[in-house]
Ligand binder design. Sequence first.
Ligand SMILES: Cc1ncc(COP(=O)(O)O)c(C=O)c1O
Length: 348
Amino acid sequence: MYIPNYAVANTYGPNTSVIFRAMTLTASGRVAIEELLERLKLSGGGEALLPSFICAAVIEAFNRQKVKIRYYSVNKNLEININELNSRINKSTKLLYLVHYFGFPDKLFELQAMAKAKNILLIEDCAHALFSKAAGKYLGTIGDGAVFSLRKFLPLPDGGGYILRSGTGLGGASRSAHSFTGNNWPHLKLLLKEVMFRLGLNPMIVNGGPKPARPDPANKFISFSSVKKIEQTDEARLVAGRRRNFQFYLMNIANLGGVSPIFNSLPAGVDPFAFPVLLNGRDQVVDRLKRKGIYLEATFSDSPSSDPGAKYLADHLLSLPVYQGLADRQLRCVLSELGKAVCLVGAA
Ligand SMILES: Cc1ncc(COP(=O)(O)O)c(C=O)c1O
């Protein structure tokens, strides 16, 4: 009997967030980037301008699509210098790629105007910015296209997506395919982790919640069970939980010497991906915390650029988890163990 490997999804219920409805779902963010580039037909020529602080998975996706890359600078506060970026745009530039680091938009509307004036495509990378808004609009709906990594915000073993604005002449949402026969073992493993996490039995409680392995770009289709979970996501609850956790750090971080937050406030509309801090001896601190069962991420430590801002971030940035399922006692534990680790590393 013939069993189809995928079927058309997008049969969402009435409570499914509008941002999901606008997306074509994929197995991961990296696959979403590739599909978006394919639909934009960029492999034929032209260059893309990417920020110097970026994860290797993005670059690999551009490389697989044979799109040439150049970089613009990002300073150690994750800010773009518009004049510097402007000076990098030339006749070959066809696409400006913007990463909304940690869910915070930076100069988005100025960059939108610049891209329009220069007649280049603006693509928003919302891997860190699910449900975040600027001036009341969802991030990912302002540029010509956007990519998402849903598994970074939701307890899913897979899940990414992209949006292509209809004005590009190429797009609008295309229907998503999801895998029926895809690998269900990661789902079971994740479910088990989630149950242990909720029961407080998982020692890796502060790893931002249950986390799957790195996605394989060869898997294109999102799994059926992830689509079901996406449909059921309570956006308001998720955003409120993450904002609450971010604010917990904002209120309590001042007591930790040697740790500097990158963002000192949480503007309305931002759904934070994590609470990023800068510190010396980051890798030793990460190792010490691991020994306590606390797995924190050194976001983009594999960033390939030698740009001074990006290099500083790659070596000093640490992301504290704001996962919506974390309780105050777990956040307190992160801060207290972080404080101890920073002291020990400083003293060593
Ligand atoms: C900024 C950014 N964009 C895109 C991606 C790719 O997302 P995924 O891991 O779901 O493939 C990542 C992930 O690592 C990322 O950090």
